[in-house]
Design a protein around this ligand. Structure first.
Ligand code: HEM
Length: 461
């Protein structure tokens, strides 16, 4: 194994990072042991990758070999091996491949994703306008809008802000995501018996999972009652169609449990992540008013005010598109990917790694790698622009990870962020509440890195 702190019996060497994989402890670990090193979670080896080169090589050189997910106490409780996010083997291959195809199909069809996003952007603009320039916290309407985009994709309809069950769904998803990188998560994995019998938060996370699944089953029931339609309009329609097509295939993995879990995974992977990024986007506009002004200048110069913003417009708005990428880089909401597992004996950066080893790629360390970014610790949209002001992609931009398990919602997330961000900035000038002189851009540590709660004023332009 690559080098690392000495493991103790039962607890391993996870004590070295104080039972928490945070920015400081992972940096300290890399400084002492190098860009690839080993930690032991109980008797399970975990190989931690740090910096762009190590993360990229580790995830892409033998990509299929490191494409597994852990089958642990918490992951089994969460998904029981079903769906996409934490499944393995044939189930993962089939469900992921199908999920990507379905998203593509919905993106291209008439009642596509873009329309769902434009609708949510419009509701959000209305909500902000109703505040009439008074200071307010944008978190809930933002989370609501983003979750509704997933609803449009998977259920084919949206929910109102006042819908209590939908509010509970959002809260349940947030709770599950927050549990994912907490002390209690690690303790639950090492001592499942304690988690099962004594830890309230672990039991609550488990009942939140049950709640989300029951919610999805209810939607499936309504789709079934609606009967077969000629042209599938959402993910459940497409999935039911697939189940019918494969019902005589004994090797098929297309069944109701996998459908429920795949929908669950879209909510879990796609709501909190994108909503948190959008909250950072608005906060950075308060913190960097010069950037906000430049975006608005570009929007005004290129778009007619009555034009319905679509994703295609990004090609005419290179500065704005670069700002959105810099928001994703600078907010760096994911510290490590959902842990991977080696599915066979393999080699990672020259080290022999046995099957079953956990791989922890540090995404944050790629987004701030001083060897690949000119000013890593400065908010600088120029990172994504060439000298003529054209948008450029950057190889070290691994916010969505890399390899076989790369985020399957990347295109959807970028489309959402672009359309909603542009719609808001076209309509409003964002400022901090009166009297607030300093904007706090520090993060709150968690499964995703969130901004501290803040208020803003949205003043009609
Ligand atoms: C800014 C928004 C987002 C970020 C930063 C993000 C980031 C990530 C990351 C880092 C992973 C782990 C990949 C790995 O294991 O190497 C992931 C996986 C995943 N994401 Fe996203 N994601 C975002 C939005 C979305 C959206 C909108 C969806 C909805 C479709 C989504 C669905 C998924 C799924 C299903 C997986 C699991 C893929 C697999 O295990 O095969 N994500 N995402």
């Amino acid at each position: 194994f690559p080098p690392g702190p000495t493991p103790f019996p039962i607890i391993g060497s996870i004590w070295w990072i104080n039972f928490r994989a945070d920015h400081g402890s992972l940096k300290k670990l890399a400084k002492k042991y190098g860009n690839i090193c080993t930690l032991w979670l109980g008797h399970k080896p975990m190989v931690v990758l740090y910096g762009f080169q190590a993360v990229k090589d580790g995830l892409t050189t033998n990509s299929a070999d490191v494409s597994g997910r852990l089958q642990t106490y918490v992951f089994n409780k969460m998904a029981n091996g079903k769906g996409i996010l934490v499944s393995n083997g044939l189930i993962w291959k089939h469900q992921r491949h199908f999920g990507i195809g379905a998203l593509r199909k919905l993106g291209m069809s008439n009642k596509g994703m873009e329309r769902g996003i434009q609708t949510e952007a419009r509701y959000l603009v209305e909500f902000f306008r109703d505040k009439a320039g008074r200071a307010f916290d944008p978190s809930f309407p933002v989370v609501h809008a983003i979750s509704n985009v997933i609803c449009a994709v998977v259920f084919g309809h949206r929910f109102s802000l006042k819908d209590e069950t939908f509010r509970q769904l959002i809260e349940a998803c947030n709770y599950i995501v927050a549990f994912g990188n907490s002390y209690l998560y690690y303790i639950s994995e090492v001592f499942p018996w304690v988690a099962e019998h004594l830890l309230g938060p672990t039991q609550k996370a488990s009942s939140c999972c049950d709640f989300v699944r029951a919610f999805v089953r209810q939607e499936i029931k309504s789709h079934r009652e609606k009967g077969k339609i000629d042209k599938p309009e959402d993910f459940i329609d497409i999935y039911l169609d697939q189940m019918e097509k494969t019902e005589d295939d004994p090797g098929s993995t297309f069944d109701e449990d996998n459908m429920v879990q795949s929908v669950f995974d879209f909510f879990l992977g796609g709501s909190e992540t994108t909503a948190t990024t959008l909250r950072w986007a608005l906060l950075y506009m308060l913190a960097f008013p010069d950037v906000q002004e430049k975006v608005q200048k570009e929007l005004d110069a290129v778009l007619n005010p009555s034009h319905l913003i679509c994703y295609e417009d990004r090609k005419k708005l290179p500065y704005t598109y670069a700002v959105i990428h810099e928001i994703m880089r600078f907010s760096s909401i994911v510290l490590i990917t959902i842990p991977r597992e080696a599915v066979k004996d393999t080699t990672v950066l020259g080290y022999r790694i046995p099957k079953g080893t956990v791989i922890m790629p540090n995404i944050d360390s790629t987004l701030f790698d001083p060897n690949y970014w000119e000013t890593p610790h400065q908010f600088n949209p120029g990172h994504f622009l060439d000298k003529d002001g054209n948008f450029v992609t950057r190889e070290a931009f691994l916010a969505f990870s890399a390899g076989h398990r790369v985020c399957l919602g990347e295109a959807l997330a970028k489309m959402e962020l672009f359309i909603i961000f542009c719609s808001l900035l076209q309509t409003f000038k964002f400022t901090p509440p009166e009297g607030v002189k300093e904007v706090n851009t520090d993060f709150i540590f968690g499964s995703t890195m969130k901004p501290h709660p803040y208020k803003l004023r949205a003043v009609l332009r």
